[in-house]
Design a protein around this ligand. Structure first.
Ligand SMILES: [Fe+2]
Ligand SMILES: [Fe+2]
Length: 270
C-alpha cells in the first residue's frame, strides 16, 4: 500500500514586484500556475492528499491579503484530493490565526500547528514563526507539543513545516545566502533530536525558494522550490512551476520534483 502526497509551496499571489531591480518572483503568474498545478493533480497525478507548504501571498496589507489569500484558497479548492495547509511567514503578517484557520476550513481549531493520520502515516504540521529580519522560532510550547505528539503516535511519521530545520549550505541561494537566521529555525538542533528520537521518516518544507536535500543522521530534509520562482535572472521570466510528488511506501519513499527543474530522490525506510 502506497500513499501519494503532493506538495506545493510559496505560491505568492500578489502584485508584480522587483527585488534588487530584478524580476525574481513571478507573482503575476501565480493564479495560472496554481490552476495548472490543480489540473495536473486532478488529471494526471491523482494524489491521495495535497499539502500547501505556505507563503500563499506577498503581505501587501490586511484587505489585499484577505483577498489574495482567498483567491489562492479558491484556486486550491479545485483539487479533488484532500488539502492541508502550513502557515508561511508572509501569510501571518496581516492575517490573524483565526482568519487563516477559517480559510483552511478549520474554524474550530485554535492554533496553526496540528497533526493528522492518513493511510497509515502520522503527519505533524508545525508553525514556525518569523520575527522579520531577526529570527525564526518554534518556541518552547510548540517544541514540547512536538515531542508529545510524535511520542503518542505508533505510526511512521512525516513532518511538514514552512522554514527549514536542516543546516543548509546557503551559498548560491538568491534570497538567503549569508542569512541563516531568516530561513533556518533557531531551535533546529533540538528539533532534529526530537525527530531522531521518534523515528521521523522525512521532513518537508518550503520558504528558501530552491530545491535542496539534506540527509542528517539518516533523516531526509527536503526543501521544495517555490511554484512561482523565476529560474532566469530577470524579466521576462521562466517560472519554476515546482511541485513534489511523494510516494510513501512500505519499503521506501520516492520524491519526484516536477516542473521546470526536475529531480528525483529515493530513501529506503529504516
Ligand atoms: Fe516564499
Ligand atoms: Fe517564507
Amino acid at each position: 500500500m502506497e500513499l501519494v502526497v503532493a506538495l506545493v509551496s510559496d505560491l505568492h499571489f500578489g502584485p508584480e514586484a522587483s527585488f534588487g531591480g530584478k524580476l525574481r518572483k513571478l507573482t503575476g503568474e501565480a493564479p495560472e500556475l496554481t490552476r495548472a498545478f490543480v489540473r495536473r493533480m486532478n488529471e494526471v497525478t491523482r494524489p491521495d492528499l495535497v499539502v500547501n507548504l505556505g507563503d500563499d501571498i506577498e503581505d501587501e496589507g490586511p484587505e489585499a491579503d484577505r483577498e489574495r489569500y482567498g483567491a489562492c484558497m479558491a484556486a486550491l479548492r479545485g483539487l479533488k484530493a484532500e488539502l492541508f495547509h502550513v502557515a508561511g511567514n508572509h501569510d501571518v503578517i496581516h492575517l490573524s490565526e483565526a482568519e487563516l484557520l477559517s480559510a483552511w476550513g478549520r474554524p474550530e481549531a485554535t492554533r496553526l500547528h496540528y497533526a493528522f493520520d492518513r493511510g497509515g502515516f502520522h503527519f505533524t504540521v508545525l508553525h514556525t514563526r518569523e520575527r522579520k529580519d531577526h529570527d525564526i522560532s518554534l518556541g518552547p510550547e510548540q517544541l514540547a507539543w512536538l515531542g508529545e505528539d510524535l511520542a503518542a503516535s505508533p505510526l511512521p511519521k512525516i513532518v511538514l513545516m514552512h522554514h527549514s530545520a536542516a543546516d543548509q549550505d546557503l551559498r548560491g541561494n538568491r534570497w538567503f545566502e549569508g542569512s541563516p537566521h531568516i530561513c533556518l529555525v533557531r531551535e533546529r538542533r533540538a528539533m532534529r533530536k526530537i525527530f531522531e528520537e521518534h523515528g521521523v521518516l522525512a521532513v518537508f518544507n518550503g520558504h528558501l525558494h530552491w530545491n535542496h536535500l539534506d540527509v542528517i543522521r539518516g533523516i531526509p530534509y527536503v526543501t521544495l522550490q517555490s511554484l512561482i520562482e523565476n529560474l532566469d535572472d530577470d524579466a521576462p521570466g521562466r517560472p519554476a512551476a515546482a511541485h513534489a510528488v511523494v510516494r510513501l511506501g512500505p519499503k521506501r519513499i520516492v520524491v519526484e520534483i516536477e516542473g521546470a527543474e526536475r529531480a528525483r530522490y529515493q530513501f529506503d525506510r529504516r
